[in-house]
Design a protein around this ligand. Structure first.
Ligand code: NAD
Ligand code: DAU
Length: 338
């Protein structure tokens, strides 16, 4: 890999921590700085195995703090920024969108300006398929030419950040790429998202809350397939371009729930139908032909294998999610870093 010193933002979250594990395994000589504010979603337990690795350093801090980001970039001779940090949960953005605008829009602006002022540092922006809005049952899946039409405060803030990233390419020739990926699942996913929430609720003997009728569709991809795609874009992608990532994994929430119940040996009596999410997007689906044809990326994990592996991980790591559900994970790191 041609980059020596990577700044990963949001590396204590779900996808970012899996990314750091992936990089350390694949490129052990590369130095990684993980800048993360440790919001409710950031958890250093995700990185416990590698916390003493000499090529890895954690810095607790906010991406909106321009002086801090600038200092980190200069002191560590950063030559690549991989930007995961975000407020990521749609339901939270429905309740209060303030932090979403601050982190997802202003935080991205700060990183872009610092990248620009320090010699146009290579910048990869991790984004979502939700910026495209939602599909009807018979619509063609999203691709790179689909118009933006975000419908939740979360997706609107991510759409704004995508536009800003692209604007820095056109205006300032900042060497950027963007990935718009579908729904991820896998280890270390915070148990507020549907797969870890349902899995851990069932382990606790609790009901699983399906919003509305359960007919909404999401397109599922295993987190390692996403991160391999991100790395391929960084290494081989065309500067200024956007790549859609998805694993042809469209499923209704009822189908997902059925599989989780089956793999965990539980019955449908565990389901509780609850009020629908406000403005609930009906369907997401990704056409990933561009990254497949241009960069040779292919997803490697079949949905059922990935789901079994994920459920097994939550079974074997009960302390991890029980500490989250009880709130203890934050207490521990607050003492260490504040
Ligand atoms: P996550 O919520 O698990 O993690 C987000 C991380 O960002 C946390 O560690 C948090 O502490 C950190 N963070 C939040 N605000 C910060 C700030 N101001 N400064 C520094 N750090 C801050 O999210 P995730 O699911 O891992 O998503 C990572 C990225 O991938 C996001 O940009 C998200 O939009 C995108 N994405 C997610 C999915 C998905 O299915 N989860 C799919 C496509 C794209
Ligand atoms: O598409 C990519 C996006 O996927 C990412 O950009 C977001 O960061 C990520 O959170 C995810 O958004 P979703 O809203 O699709 O994920 P969530 O797990 O919250 O919900 C998935 C589906 O399950 C959605 O249709 C709502 C439904 N759901 C969710 C929860 C938490 C339920 O029915 N019950 C629940 O309790």
């Amino acid at each position: 890999m041609k980059y020596k010193n990577i700044l990963v933002t949001g590396g204590a979250g779900f996808i970012g921590s899996n990314f750091i594990h992936y990089i350390i395994k694949k490129y052990p000589e590369t130095k990684i700085i993980n800048l993360d504010a440790l919001t409710y979603a950031g958890n250093l337990e995700n990185l416990k195995e590698i916390e003493n690795n000499e090529n890895y350093k954690f810095i607790q801090g906010d991406i909106c703090n321009e002086a801090l980001v600038d200092k980190i970039v200069k002191e560590n001779k950063i030559d690549l920024i991989v930007h995961f940090a975000a407020e990521s949960h749609v339901d939270r953005s429905v309740l209060d969108s303030k932090d979403f605008i601050k982190t997802n829009v202003e935080g991205t602006r700060v990183l872009l300006d610092v990248a620009l002022k320090n010699g146009k540092i290579r910048f990869h922006h991790v984004s979502t398929d939700e910026v495209f809005g939602h599909l009807g049952g018979n619509d063609k899946p999203f691709d790179e030419l689909t118009s933006y039409n975000p419908r939740s405060p979360y997706s609107a803030s991510k759409a704004a950040s995508d536009h800003l990233v692209r604007a820095y390419f056109y205006t300032h020739q900042l060497p950027i790429t963007i990935s718009n990926c579908s729904n991820n699942y896998g280890p270390y996913q915070f148990p507020e998202k549907i797969i870890p929430l349902f899995t851990t609720n069932l382990m606790e003997g609790k009901k699983i809350p399906i919003y509305g009728t359960g007919e909404a569709v999401r397109d599922w991809i295993y987190v390692d397939d996403h991160n391999r795609g991100v790395m391929m874009i960084i290494e081989k992608g065309k500067i200024g371009e956007t790549y859609c990532l998805g694993a042809d994994g469209e499923k209704t929430n009822l189908e997902i729930t059925g599989k989780i119940l089956e793999f965990m040996g539980k019955g449908e009596d565990q389901i509780e139908y609850v009020a629908d999410r406000k403005g609930h997007d009906l369907r997401y689906g990704i056409n990933a032909s561009k990254i497949k044809n241009e960069l040779g990326w292919e997803p490697e994990i079949e949905f059922e294998d990935g789901l079994k592996k994920t459920i097994e991980w939550y079974e074997n790591n009960q302390t991890w999610w029980k500490n989250i559900k009880s709130g203890e994970y934050q207490e521990y790191y607050k003492k260490q870093y504040q």
